[in-house]
Design a protein around this ligand. Structure first.
Ligand code: NAP
Length: 279
């Protein structure tokens, strides 16, 4: 599985497991644990969580799924902007660590921008990093102006990522956010890599998938993870679809595939088209 070296020197895997919507229905709990656990045993190295998902329940589910496997995993979580004060970040991190049943997060993200000054949030993140409670820090859903402001406020200069909506149907980050991340050797995490399932029905993807004896979902994921520094985090509560998504690493897209994908899903051509969307 491809990996990427972050500004801190730590390494982030380029494909992982999402967890949004997990923990919301107690009747699906065991199925969600089983899907994540299968994914980990099948070779997934990254789990993406947030205190928001199921109001903490997704982190508990991830904690149960990764029991016994913590050492081989890269664990990401996120705090609410209303917890972005100096004390708020520290307390939110402690709660996430407890729910995930771990002593550290590999990456901790501001979920979206709020009213707390970035400088204050960063002070808390530096403290957590010094204490070994987080290995890296970053942001999510920041547009290019906000990302520039965050990185300008970051005296330590080790912002690891901006996690944004990025998939074949949403190529907006290619306009400014991706070039910014590339320049600073930051990863760009692609959330909703399957456009919440919509991409699996796209005729062009299905045509290309047939050439590879693959599925449309696998082509959509392979298109993301072939890009340097892009990390895809598809979510599935099904063992079969988790396996399918992880098997996307076996696909090597050809120049012809890329040309056809660029035609069917054009890249942004101006600032307006390059304005990032938020889900
Ligand atoms: P997604 O991964 O693009 O799509 C998930 C949906 O697609 C689910 O309904 C899933 O259903 C289905 N699916 C998964 N694999 C499939 C396959 N191989 N074939 C057909 N359908 C498939 O969307 P997402 O969950 O919204 O985004 C992924 C992760 O990114 C989230 O779970 C979360 O960790 C993160 N995220 C972050 C933010 C942020 O603000 N930072 C926002 C959104 C998401 P089943 O579960 O039934 O398989």
């Amino acid at each position: 599985m491809a990996e990427f070296i972050l500004p801190s020197g730590n390494v982030i895997p380029q494909l992982g497991l999402g967890s949004w919507y997990m923990g919301e229905d107690p009747r699906s709990r065991q199925q969600e644990i089983d899907a994540l656990r299968f994914g980990i045993e099948y070779g997934a190295k990254l789990i993406d969580c947030a205190e928001m998902y199921g109001e903490g329940e997704a982190e508990r589910i991830a904690g149960e799924a990764m029991a016994g496997y913590r050492d081989r995993l890269y664990v990401v979580s996120k705090f609410y902007p209303h917890n972005a004060s100096r004390e708020g970040v520290i307390a939110a991190c402690e709660r996430s660590l407890t729910r995930l049943n771990t002593d550290h997060l590999d990456l901790y993200l501001l979920h979206w921008s709020g009213t707390v000054p970035f400088e204050e949030t960063l002070e808390a993140l530096y403290q957590l990093k010094t204490q070994g409670k987080i290995r890296d820090y970053g942001v999510s859903n920041l547009d290019i102006d906000e990302l520039e402001d965050f990185c300008a406020a970051d005296k330590v200069g080790l912002c690891a990522t901006d996690q944004v909506l990025y998939n074949l149907s949403h190529r907006e980050p290619e306009w400014a956010v991706k070039p910014f991340c590339d320049k600073r050797n930051m990863a760009m995490m692609a959330y909703c890599p399957l456009d919440q399932g919509a991409l699996v029905h796209h005729p062009e993807l299905i045509t290309i998938a047939e050439r590879h004896q693959a599925t449309a979902a696998q082509i959509a994921l392979a298109w993301l993870t072939r890009q340097k520094g892009v990390v895809a985090i598809p979510k599935s509560s099904s063992i079969a679809r988790t396996k399918e998504n992880l098997d996307s690493v076996k696909i090597v897209l050809t120049e012809e595939d890329i040309r056809e994908l660029d035609k069917a899903f054009p890249a942004p051509v101006n600032e307006h088209e390059g304005r990032i969307a938020i889900r």
